[in-house]
Design a protein around this ligand. Structure first.
Ligand SMILES: O=C(O)CCC(=O)C(=O)O
Length: 254
């Protein structure tokens, strides 16, 4: 698999707007494989699933996807380490999913400014009609904003997730950003990187024609930076498995 890299233009766009899109990073075939796998591991409980990689080796390896890692490293000009994921089925009119409310991801990760980045990988086309992600370009520059958090999931007494509430911490959108909302429509295999402080959300899929909007958001921290594991998600550092001892042969002789 050939690596691909972010260039200066991509970095400028990301730094200015807080997000950047790369088209067709995954093939149609790869999208089909991840879709099939998500249904296999979640079976009949098709709801928002945190850390789907813990149920599936295929999703664990998605966090290590060479193209995604090289795009991420070159975007931040820093080695990034995976720390978890969150999968959305975005099933039309589902009672188990309710989209998300405006939020900044960093409320959960609590990393230093600029150290955390999410990467949305889209397996289905995401259009306005089926709840494409909405972002507030430039809002990442505001740092942490006031919010009004509510629980993300509803659990049974035995701890099983019954359904997802709208995900996020209800960021209070500052006045000057209220009319800046932008819908990011994406195709199958497209990926979207976004800054930990970018305000974003997605409406529930209520489409009559598009049954799903399946996407997995991969979570990356800059190598060497701290993050909060979280009581629910229990995020951990996940090995990239790309350490090449050959790169160290010279120094080991010293
Ligand atoms: O795609 C979605 O439904 C929402 C994703 C999101 O807000 C997130 O992962 O932080």
């Amino acid at each position: 698999m050939t690596k691909i890299y972010s260039n200066d233009k991509d970095r400028q766009f990301y730094n200015k707007n807080g997000y950047v899109v790369f088209r067709s990073v995954l093939t149609e075939k790869e999208c089909d494989v991840y879709i099939k796998e998500s249904h296999r591991v979640c079976k009949k409980n098709l709801t928002v699933t945190s850390n789907i990689y813990r149920k599936s080796k295929k999703f664990e390896n998605l966090l290590r996807h060479k193209k995604i890692l090289s795009l991420a490293d070159s975007l931040l000009k820093w080695r990034v380490i995976p720390i978890g994921d969150i999968f959305f089925f975005g099933k039309s009119k589902s009672k188990k999913e309710n989209g998300s409310v405006p939020h900044q991801d960093n409320y959960a990760q609590r990393a230093e400014y600029g150290a955390f980045m999410a990467c949305g990988v889209y397996f289905d086309e995401a259009l306005e009609d089926n709840g494409a992600l909405r972002v507030f370009p430039g809002s990442h520059k505001l740092g942490e904003i006031k919010s009004n958090p509510k629980p993300n999931w509803v659990y049974s007494k035995s701890g099983k997730i019954l359904r997802a509430n709208p995900i996020g911490n209800n960021t209070i959108i500052p006045k000057k950003f209220k009319n800046k909302e932008k819908i990011v429509e994406l195709g199958r295999g497209d990926v979207l990187f976004f800054h930990a402080h970018l305000i974003h959300y997605a409406k529930k899929n209520n489409s009559n024609t598009k049954k799903y909007r399946r996407a997995c958001y991969l979570k990356y921290i800059k190598n060497g930076y701290a993050f909060w594991p979280g009581w629910t998600e229990r995020r951990v550092l996940i090995d990239r498995n790309d350490f090449n001892p050959k790169n160290f042969q010279k120094s080991s002789k010293v």
